[in-house]
Design a binder for this molecule. Structure first.
Ligand code: ADP
Ligand code: MG
Length: 728
């Protein structure tokens, strides 16, 4: 047929998996295309090596001379890996990664040329990047933005380009990217956590936040994706009746990975090994053609870079395999969407995971300190945490009958619930020596045995303690993890600072022993944070009612959720902790609102176009066939035709009904869009798109999906769900 659909299905069915041979061991490949510590040891002079390591570990400045040495060695190393170009690699607020390649090649007169790369080119660049979103920070007359080298994330060679991870800031110093606030948040949590660790171990000098993300995605044949304008332009299907078989049988989840997908994964994992992304786990997810990939966790900044890089690499490798990767949170209605779980913890330079309970009472007090402070932080800033994961696409999961809900709560499991309960009830007043001993032996002393076989799991909780880390499960699959990680680490930093102050006051003014003071403050925190703890079914209506009673926020849409980013308490939080000043916070808010508006606007245009220009004409074509049939019957059978043409006539009428509804709704939607576009105020405009334009999507879809069930399959223009989801 003129029909893209049939060609696409045919093409996709005839694919043969691109087989990849794995000759080398992964441990030998790992990181071989990164300028990591080993490579630096080999290629840098002693001074240069020391300079960079001190910058990484202590945040010291790298002087000009050292930078020149590093650049020159980095260039030689990169050339040996086949690089011809270099780029400052950064993460602007578009959500994608950005790069602008420059060749090492330079002419030096008299027809001669050399490969050259200097310290100044390594350390700082001024890309002409005035078209990235900046929320009004950069007026055109001072549109300069700078990228600056982040030595804590190793440079890498991808393809033929040396990529140098950088931050991206305005001439005036404001952050224009994801990385800058994240680095500041990590700094804040480091310093706050070190101060608290000193209660327990004076030797702790650095605390690192760790992140282990789990990336879910759909893998769909590229020809099938290309045959669907909605998938191509919006990343999700705006129309399409569900397939008779979806995920009901749970036969995809953890099943045998289909050959083509496996070949893709092996190729992808090979690339990841070269780039030092420590991918470890792969499996089928719940929905058909949905998969998951997870690495071994890493320091948070590096893990964020790795996830951004991974998403790029996934797209590139997919091209070789004639696949398209769908990162959208909800590409298909009626089957599960995708998320990106963020496993998070804090660990010291002395090798202690601060969220891992251990055998000795002292370290358990330390565990409880970080555990309870994290819960308290989430309780205080639950609305901000929800805002950190808000996006037009994630709205399809959060609070939309698919977990986790738009309500933030913390799951800790039955054993720890009991521990907190016991702690809370130790004594009403000051801890007496007798009770203190009891407490240590009977409460704290018991934690390790209980936890060693802690297998509690609650899949409906957005923020769950999983034995030695928290798992933030509501992050969107296409999001940059930096947003969630910046907020989480900032609120925990703030909480730890407050905690230290309160404990110090008790020690100084009330003459309390350190342990008593810590217990007393923690006990108060348990009482204050109770409302955030929830062990039940997060998807249930009862929880929604209960959460309302507890005064927890339940912001189901992005425009509602984002407002928490510019509340006075958030602005002050980010400012006090030097994560973002008010200009930066407000600019980000504006960028995200604007992005929301644009995404809904694009979806609205696409759904209008497909429904009107693809679906309705096809329905009319089929209706004409039916009409021909009816009039033929009339010619042949005369007045007796009515009995014979009854079903056809009913179909003709049903089709007319749906066509009418589609056209009416599209016209109304366009009007709503026009009014929305006339609104100046960004909040009101986002609200209009959310509550006046978007609701038409479901109505139009309903009628279009009904037509899909009525119209001849032979002429239906859109590739169907069963084809998209079940072609392997
Ligand atoms: P499960 O979710 O089944 O318990 P794991 O415990 O193996 O599986 O961990 C899931 C993810 O959590 C993995 O990506 C892993 O790297 C990450 N992870 C494990 N420990 C930590 C930690 N201390 N900090 C951050 N992420 C972690
Ligand atoms: Mg998980």
């Amino acid at each position: 047929m003129s029909n893209l659909r049939f060609h696409a299905v045919k093409e996709s069915m005839s694919r043969i998996p691109v087989q990849i041979e794995e000759r080398e061991r992964r441990s030998e490949l790992f990181g071989s295309h990164t300028f990591n510590e080993t490579a630096m040891r080999q290629h840098l002079s002693k001074d240069a090596y020391k300079g960079v390591m001190s910058a990484i570990k202590k945040g010291t400045k790298i002087d000009r001379n050292i930078a020149d040495q590093v650049a020159s060695s980095m260039k030689d190393w990169a050339l040996s890996k086949g690089a011809t170009h270099y780029t400052h690699w950064f993460q602007p607020l578009t959500g994608a990664t950005a790069e602008k390649h420059d060749a090492f090649f330079e002419t030096v007169g008299a027809g001669m040329a050399v490969e050259k790369f200097e310290g100044s080119q390594l350390v700082q660049q001024e890309p002409d990047a005035s078209s990235f979103p900046n929320g009004g920070i950069r007026n055109t007359f001072e549109a300069r933005g700078y990228t600056a080298w982040d030595p804590t994330s190793p440079a890498f060679v991808y393809g033929t380009t040396l990529c140098i991870p950088t931050v991206f800031v305005a001439y005036t110093g404001e952050a224009l990217d994801y990385k800058t606030p994240l680095l500041r948040a990590l700094q804040a949590v480091d310093s706050a956590a070190v101060d608290v660790c000193k209660y327990f171990d004076k030797n702790v000098k650095k605390v690192n936040a760790s992140l282990g993300w789990e990336q879910e995605y759909f893998l769909i044949d590229s020809a099938l994706v290309n045959s669907r304008p909605d998938l191509v332009l919006t990343g999700r299907t705006l129309l399409g009746h569900s397939s008779a078989k979806g995920q009901q049988l749970d036969d995809h989840y953890f099943g045998t990975i289909p050959n083509r997908a496996l070949a893709y994964m092996r190729d992808l994992e090979h690339e990841c090994m070269l780039l030092g992304i420590p991918v470890k786990t792969r499996h089928n997810e719940v929905a058909p053609n949905q998969f998951e990939l997870a690495p071994i966790y890493d320091e948070a900044n590096l893990a964020v870079d790795h996830n951004s890089l991974l998403m790029d690499v996934m797209n590139k490798v997919a091209e070789r395999h004639n696949f398209r990767v769908l990162f959208h949170e909800k590409p298909f209605a009626g089957v599960n969407g995708s998320g990106k779980h963020n496993n998070w913890s804090l660990s010291t330079d002395t090798g202690i995971n601060l969220l891992s309970p251990s055998k000795t009472p002292m370290s358990n007090l330390q565990f409880l300190t970080f555990f309870i402070n994290t819960i308290k932080a989430v309780n205080e800033y639950e609305e901000l945490l929800r805002a950190a994961i808000a996006s037009a696409s994630n709205d399809h999961r959060l609070g939309a009958n698919e977990a986790p809900p738009a309500i933030i709560s913390v799951f800790i499991g039955a054993q720890l619930t009991k521990v907190l309960h016991d702690l809370e009830n130790v004594t009403k007043g000051k801890l007496s020596p007798q009770e203190k001993t009891d407490l240590k032996l009977n409460v704290v002393g018991k934690i390790p045995e209980i936890l060693l076989d802690n297998t509690d799991r609650n899949r409906t909780s957005p923020f769950a303690f999983t034995g030695n880390k928290f798992e933030f499960r509501a992050v969107g699959s296409r999001s940059n993890c930096a947003s969630a990680m910046t907020v989480l680490n900032t609120i925990v930093a703030k909480q730890l600072i407050d905690f230290k102050q309160e404990v110090d006051v008790l020690i100084a003014k009330k003459d309390m022993k350190k342990d008593d003071a810590i217990f007393n403050v923690l006990r108060e925190y348990i009482k204050q944070s109770k409302r955030i703890l929830f062990e039940g079914n997060g998807y249930s209506d009862e929880w929604e009612k209960e959460a309302k009673k507890r005064k927890l926020s339940n912001n189901k849409t992005t425009p509602e959720a984002l407002k928490a980013k510019v509340s006075e308490s958030s602005l002050k939080l980010f400012e006090d902790l030097n994560v973002m000043n008010r200009v930066e916070s407000e600019a980000r808010y504006e960028i995200e609102m604007e992005e929301y508006i644009l995404r809904i606007q694009i979806e609205s245009r696409v759904i209008g176009d497909i429904a009107r220009n693809h679906v309705v004409p096809t329905a009319i074509k089929y209706q004409n066939t039916l009409i021909e049939n009816v009039s033929g019957l009339k010619e042949v059978y005369g007045t007796g035709f009515k009995k014979l043409a009854k079903e056809q006539m009913s179909l003709i009428e049903q089709i007319s009904g749906h066509i009418e509804m589609i056209n009416t709704k599209i016209t109304q939607m366009i009007d709503a869009r026009k009014s929305a576009n006339n609104i100046e105020d960004i909040e009101k405009k986002a609200d209009a798109y959310c509550f006046k334009v978007k609701p038409f999507f479901d109505e139009i879809r309903y009628h279009s999906d009904k037509l899909e069930l009525l119209v001849d399959d032979e002429i239906w223009p859109l590739t169907k769900y069963r084809e998209l989801l079940f072609t392997k």
